[in-house]
Design a protein around this ligand. Structure first.
Ligand SMILES: [Zn+2]
Ligand SMILES: [Zn+2]
Length: 428
């Protein structure tokens, strides 16, 4: 892989000479934060950009997803660049709009996709040295925290999973994709080895009555409180890579009525499928027996989360080489080489299905998912990130797609839909 190829220099020079394109789009995406499966403005703006660059865009995939292909005209693998669309609900963030804000930096992800598409459609003869196909795929709803909305949309047949990438996969959008990647905005270049999670909706059942005569009822909130204590005490038995956390979504309606229903939404995380199963069983026992201890009952509903990331070292090497091209002073030790993280991503599922990586690029500042998160340096967050994505695509498909093919050889056969469904069966 010769990253000093003149075509790569051309991509870099074009980006440098047109920084405003990337920075203006990046600011636009920051200014239209929308939650998962409702990223209508974001998705429309991105798809309109791609169409204005001459690409044909398939819209409305899992509601707000889209895909546009750029074919080199020569046979070879299809490499997908994924761009996430969704924001978070953090009303206390000073730049929140309607309570939403890109406090995970996903505005930079879709900006990199649009930026890479701009570069490939504005750089003369750029496809000459490549083979195969590029697929630009806008992916909805990575955050996946709205359990009830997802269940409703699934029941209506509008989506096929709470997570956008899994929903697109089940829709068949990725069936012809051979290699996929994206880079998450953060502090450093790298590629992560995230853990996985299963989401849990728990409903406690009691009996309502006048709160001045509580003995005639059964307080569902008491069951929930005991369950939360039990979960807290479970931490002694949890490994350092397990996490259990959540919120109360229902705790009664009136202080003078003993609530007959209480509910909570939780995430159970683990570094491997085995650890996820173990933590999930500990969680289920803790909530069920806490409810039972107080004479009530609890229903536990699983909602499919995401699988732990499977490593692909070939793609990691390409990511690192491109990062070093952009930042020549970067030492290998400055690159996060598949660092373990308790964070989860629906890219984890994709890395189990085909050769793929969840990369990282700098640009974020402050606390991820916090009120001080911003992307203050437009050059790093918008220009450099888009360049990195575009050069990744080029590097994977140059030299008869040698790197894409090596990533495929490292992975082995792509998972079939049946194999994937068997893998996630117990977490659904
Ligand atoms: Zn996030
Ligand atoms: Zn994120």
């Amino acid at each position: 892989m010769n990253l000093n190829a003149p075509a790569i220099r051309q991509l870099i020079d074009l980006a440098e000479a047109n920084q405003d394109v990337f920075i203006e789009n990046g600011k636009k995406f920051w200014g239209m934060p929308e939650l998962g499966y409702r990223e209508v403005k974001t998705s429309t703006y991105a798809a309109d950009c791609l169409e204005s660059y001459g690409l044909k865009v398939k819209r409305g995939l899992s509601i707000t997803g889209f895909r546009a292909d750029l074919d080199t005209g020569r046979p070879g693998p299809t490499v997908a660049l994924m761009g996430e669309l969704d924001a978070l609900h953090i009303p206390t963030h000073p730049e929140a709009i309607d309570g939403c804000v890109h406090a995970c930096g996903h505005h930079t992800h879709i900006n990199s996709l649009v930026g890479a598409a701009w570069l490939f459609t504005h750089c003369p003869n750029i496809l000459d040295g490549l083979c195969g196909k590029i697929a630009f795929i806008g992916t909805p709803a990575e955050e996946g925290f709205e359990f009830e909305l997802a269940r409703q949309l699934m029941a209506e047949g509008k989506i096929k999973a709470i997570s956008g990438k899994v929903s697109l996969y089940r829709e068949g959008v990725l069936d012809d994709v051979d290699v996929a990647f994206m880079s998450h905005c953060g502090g450093k270049y790298g590629c992560s080895q995230n853990g996985g999670n299963v989401k849990k909706r728990v409903v406690f059942h009691g009996k309502s009555c006048h709160a001045s005569v509580p003995s005639s009822g059964n307080n569902a909130m008491n069951q929930l409180t005991l369950a939360q204590c039990a979960i807290g005490l479970l931490r002694e038995r949890m490994s350092s890579t397990m996490r259990i956390h959540g919120i109360i979504t229902e705790g009664g309606q009136a202080a003078n009525v003993i609530p007959d229903t209480a509910a909570m939404n939780y995430y159970v995380r683990g570094a491997s499928v085995q650890e996820m199963s173990k933590a999930a069983k500990m969680f289920d026992d803790a909530v069920r027996y806490s409810a039972m201890a107080l004479g009530g009952s609890a229903d536990v509903f699983n909602i499919q989360g995401s699988l732990p990331v499977r490593k692909n070292e070939t793609l990691g090497n390409v990511h690192r080489s491109v990062a070093k091209l952009l930042v020549p002073t970067m030492a290998d030790s400055d690159f996060n080489w598949f660092n373990r993280s308790a964070g989860c991503t629906d890219m984890g599922d994709i890395t189990n299905i085909m050769p793929a990586i969840h990369g990282g690029v700098p640009g974020g500042k402050g606390t991820a998912h916090g009120i001080d998160f911003t992307t203050p340096d437009g050059y790093v967050a918008f220009v450099q990130a888009a360049k990195h994505a575009a050069i990744m695509l080029y590097a994977l498909l140059m030299d008869d797609a040698a790197e894409a093919k090596a990533a495929m050889a490292e992975f082995g056969p792509k998972l079939t839909h049946e194999q994937y469904e068997a893998l996630v069966e117990e977490f659904k």
